[in-house]
Design a protein around this ligand. Structure first.
Ligand code: 5GP
Ligand code: ZN
Length: 118
């Protein structure tokens, strides 16, 4: 928990969010500024700043997140597929410095482009 972190405050319930899933490891909520019909953020409860701050003790957590993604996508009706994005550091477009995975799908998702939309 970092007291000046937006996502820590959302996880703690101090700032409202539209949660779609939560368990002891992660919280999943809707992005406030969706870039596609489905745009969720998978956020580990632990305050990890970014991929640059991972170490081996996070291996199980990251594997857990990878396995969770297709389950959440299916629940959201994304049978056809989905996109995941992790912005890392200011140079990677990261705005909120609490590690999170964007899960996008449905209408509004552009083909196979990698343009900076998220
Ligand atoms: P980043 O660029 O750090 O990967 O993405 C941060 C994401 O958090 C952005 O897509 C932005 O729309 C979303 N976001 C920023 N503030 C809030 C908020 O208060 N609530 C929610 N639900 N999403 C937010
Ligand atoms: Zn945090």
């Amino acid at each position: 928990m970092s007291t000046d972190c937006l996502f820590c405050k959302i996880i703690a319930g101090d700032i409202p969010s539209e949660q779609v899933y939560h368990d002891e490891h992660v919280v999943v909520f809707k992005d406030i500024n969706p870039k596609a019909q489905v745009h969720l953020l998978i956020v580990p409860r632990e305050h990890i700043i970014s991929l640059n701050h991972l170490d081996a003790k996070h291996d199980d957590l990251m594997t857990y997140c990878m396995h969770l993604l297709p389950k959440i996508a299916k629940e959201q009706g994304l049978e056809d597929g989905f996109r995941t994005v992790i912005n890392t550091g200011a140079g990677g477009g990261q705005i909120v410095f609490h590690l999170h995975i964007h899960l996008l799908g449905g209408e509004g998702l552009s083909g196979a482009g990698f343009s900076r939309a998220i």
